[in-house]
Design a protein around this ligand. Structure first.
Ligand SMILES: Nc1ncnc2c1ncn2[C@@H]1O[C@H](COP(=O)(O)OP(=O)(O)OP(=O)(O)O)[C@@H](O)[C@H]1O
Ligand SMILES: [Mg+2]
Length: 258
């Protein structure tokens, strides 16, 4: 998956804000039964044009993910894991096939409607973090709460600060991303994804830049959220400990389910 640059994230954020209005005034969301899968994928394909013609990145993926479960997506580098994660979260559009996220068929929604569905329900940790460079760690984590609305500035900052403390960054809240190490940026990205208490947390190699002890603490935090809020965890990982703790493992080999 080609990840959006920070400037594209700004566009994403403004789409997110517009879509919040759309959601508030226009959209109705399908209520899910407890037993319904939070994600259901049928015949999902992603193809892109490249110099040699057409490249098939994902080929005919079928998948169902139960609410409150934890899923590890594993596979070799270049097998299509990040692309799949972006499609499941509605950040990217499929070439064919269907993706139902929280009862809504993503292929029938436009970008604003997909952003509305994501806001408040989906947290996403990008493989390359994608923090806003001109915002401090605290402001990065507070931003999703401000966009979501319904929470005062003081409370939003308190909640964000609490999460930064939980990921061990209580002393770095006023640092800008460029002044943080890779592992510290990754933890800010995790705090930002957790802060709205999303129903589904997507994380692309969330422990990839962390030392063993910090990685362990972050894994504990994700599963704590999984238990406390019934959040579904969908994690791309090469981390054996993390994959082992998940309920199921999905293996991708050259764009196909193994
Ligand atoms: N927009 C694009 N255009 C062309 N090729 C792409 C595009 N996006 C992804 N690819 C290719 O698709 C394949 C799968 O990419 P993806 O990023 O999903 O892999 P991955 O399994 O996440 O790998 P890694 O473990 O290294 O992060 C790669 O070969 C990549 O080069
Ligand atoms: Mg990847």
């Amino acid at each position: 998956m080609t990840e959006p640059l920070a400037t594209e994230l700004v566009a994403e954020v403004s789409a997110f804000a517009r879509s919040f209005m759309a959601r508030t005034f226009n959209l109705r969301f399908t209520m899910l039964n407890k037993t319904d899968p939070v994600i259901e994928v049928r015949g999902l394909c992603k193809k892109v044009k490249d110099a040699t013609g057409e490249l098939t990145i994902l080929d005919n993926i079928d998948l169902a993910i139960e609410a409150g479960s934890s899923v590890a997506i594993v596979g070799a580098s270049g097998s299509g894991k990040s692309t799949l994660l972006g499609l499941l979260a509605g950040l990217d559009s499929a070439s064919s096939g269907s993706v139902r996220l929280l009862g809504r068929e993503l292929t029938t929604l436009n970008e604003d409607e997909r952003a509305a569905l994501r806001s408040g329900s989906v947290g996403f940790v990008f493989q390359s973090f994608q923090l806003m460079p001109h915002l401090t760690a605290l402001e990065n984590v507070t931003l999703p709460l401000e966009l979501q609305g319904g929470i005062g500035t003081r409370e939003a900052a308190l909640r964000a600060r609490g999460l930064l403390e939980q990921v061990g960054l209580g002393q770095r809240t006023n640092h800008y991303p460029k002044l943080l190490s890779g592992g510290e940026q990754q933890r800010v990205a995790l705090a930002r994804a957790f802060v709205t208490h999303p129903a589904i947390l997507f994380a692309d190699e969330p422990t990839g830049s962390l030392d063993a002890a910090t990685g362990h603490a972050v894994i504990d935090l994700m599963f704590q959220m999984n238990r406390a809020n019934g959040a579904t965890l969908i994690l791309v990982t090469h981390d054996v400990e993390l994959a082992r703790r998940c309920d199921t493992t999905v293996t991708i080999e050259a764009g196909r389910l193994a």
